[in-house]
Structure formats: structure tokens, C-alpha cells
Design a protein around this ligand. Structure first.
Ligand code: NAP
Length: 244
């Protein structure tokens, strides 16, 4: 199956590292004009060195006003990937209001905001579009020390569904991918303890963690016209974790 995004303009958040970076590069390889949004300039510098056609935007998505300003001249966008997120692992009884707010600001509120900005343009142009939110298996399964992260991703899944409901009539499809542990740099770091990794891996019928490419492929599928009738789904990319 060949996927081409020739003539399309895409925006990817959290494109400095990991899944977001790989998605931005894959979209560019498939012919899209890509805007990469993240908050660390050095990551954008190395990304544009790797792929000079990518347009960088440096902003902290937790800052509503700064995001509004940074994206005001971004132009028409056909494909949006809301990927940026933060993870703060804390036992439930030690969760602080500050960590709660920071996580919800990036993982949920910024998704709503960036999507509003992009979808208003899609609606005004009347030519539809596709949005993919990067969620997690943690949205649907309780994980120890993940109270806030699980809550943000659960909220993100419902946001995905309501966006699909309200934007569908404008031919804007909204779906999410819900990966298990992904072997991005962060994933490798977080799951480097073999004992901790084994407990999780034992619950995945395919017996392995996801590679970044596994997630990118599912994102590209949901962005593309190969999934034209798919709207409002939360697609596990989890080797079967959520079936158990
Ligand atoms: P990552 O390597 O940590 O990359 C996240 C990117 O988002 C970074 O470039 C980061 O920039 C950026 N970002 C974070 N906060 C931001 C903010 N406030 N404003 C702008 N950019 C911001 O993460 P990943 O492992 O690729 O994960 C990407 C997505 O997949 C996330 O939504 C995550 O929840 C989801 N996911 C990951 C896994 C996994 O095991 N890795 C599993 C399931 C789901 P800085 O580095 O500068 O902060």
C-alpha cells in the first residue's frame, strides 16, 4: 500500500524527539510540507539539518498565548498530529497540583488548542482534513505510578471522540493511536530496568515493545485517505496488551 501526501501540509507537535520527530520525517518523505513544533530549539536545528524542507516552530505548548502567537501564520494545514506530551511518574498519594496542571496543560489542553486553531482553518476552507492524537494504552488500563498520565490520556481519548463527532460533518476525521511502551529514547530510558520491563512485556501477547516505526506507520495510515471511513477510533498499537 503506497501512501502519498503530495500537496498536503502537515503539522506535528513534539517533533523534536522520538515518535513526533520520526513522524515529521516520514511525512516529509511521503511528500507533505511539514511544520514541526516543539520547545527545544536545538532539536529543531538538528531536524531541519536532517530535512531542510521542514518548517520549525519553537514554542512551549503549555503556554496558551505563546502557542496562539506562534501558530498564527502557520497557514493552511491538512494533517495534524498532536504528539507532544509529558510524563511525570508519581505514586498517587504524592501527586502535586503543579505536576497535575503541567501534565494536563500539555497532554490535553494544548491538544484542544492546537486542534481548534487548525480545525477552524480546515472548516473555513471546506476541504476536510485528518487529525491524529497520540494517546497511550495508559488511557484504558491502570498503571502503577501513572495516575496523572493515565488521566490525561483517558481525557485525550474522549476529546478525540468528541472532536470526531463535531468535526466529522466538516469532513475532518479525528482518531488516536494508543501505543504500548515504545522504544523511543525516552521509552528505552523509562523501561531500562529489566524486571520492570518484564512485568509489562509479559502482558503483551506479541512479546515485545513497539518500535517507533510501528507507531509512525499507524499514524500515517490514519492521516491518509486509506482510512477515509475511520473516525473517532482509539487504535491500539500494543501487540494485544489491551485485549488481556
Ligand atoms: P519524547 O521522546 O519525550 O518526545 C516528546 C516530544 O514532545 C519532545 O520533542 C518534547 O520536547 C516535546 N514536548 C514535550 N512537552 C512540550 C511542550 N510543552 N511544548 C512543546 N513540545 C513539547 O516522547 P515519545 O516517547 O516520542 O512520546 C511521544 C508521544 O507518544 C507522547 O504523546 C506519549 O505520551 C506517547 N506515548 C509514548 C510511549 C513510549 O513508551 N515512548 C508509549 C505510549 C504513548 P522536549 O524534549 O524539549 O521537552
Amino acid at each position: 500500500m503506497q501512501i502519498s501526501f503530495e500537496g498536503k501540509r502537515a503539522l506535528v507537535t513534539g517533533a523534536g524527539k522520538g515518535i513526533g520527530r520520526a513522524t515529521a520525517l516520514a511525512l516529509a518523505r511521503c511528500g507533505a510540507e511539514v511544520t514541526a513544533v516543539t520547545r527545544t530549539q536545538a532539536d529543531l536545528d538538528s531536524l531541519t539539518q536532517e530535512c531542510s524542507s521542514i518548517t520549525p516552530v519553537c514554542v512551549d505548548l503549555a503556554d496558551w498565548k505563546a502557542t496562539e502567537t506562534a501558530l498564527q501564520n502557520v497557514g493552511p494545514i491538512h494533517l495534524l498530529v498532536n504528539n507532544a506530551a509529558r510524563v511525570n511518574l508519581q505514586p498517587f498519594l504524592e501527586v502535586t497540583p503543579d505536576q497535575f496542571d503541567q501534565s494536563f496543560n500539555v497532554n490535553v489542553k494544548a491538544v484542544l488548542h492546537v486542534s481548534q486553531i487548525v480545525a477552524r482553518g480546515m472548516k473555513a476552507r471546506g476541504s476536510g482534513g485528518s487529525v491524529v492524537n497520540v494517546s497511550s494504552q495508559a488511557s484504558q488500563c491502570a498503571l502503577r505510578n501513572h495516575a496523572v498520565y493515565c488521566a490525561t490520556k483517558g481525557a485525550l481519548d474522549m476529546l478525540t471522540k468528541v472532536m470526531a463527532l463535531e468535526l466529522g460533518p466538516h469532513q475532518i476525521r479525528v482518531n488516536s493511536v494508543n501505543p504500548t511502551v515504545v522504544m523511543s529514547e525516552r521509552g528505552r530510558l523509562t523501561w531500562s530496568d529489566p524486571e520492570k520491563a518484564k512485568v509489562m512485556m509479559d502482558r503483551i501477547p506479541l512479546g515485545r515493545f513497539a518500535e517507533v516505526e510501528d507507531v509512525v506507520n499507524s499514524i500515517l495510515f490514519l492521516l491518509s485517505d486509506k482510512s477515509n471511513m475511520t473516525n473517532g477510533v482509539t487504535l491500539p498499537v500494543d501487540g494485544g496488551f489491551l485485549t488481556c
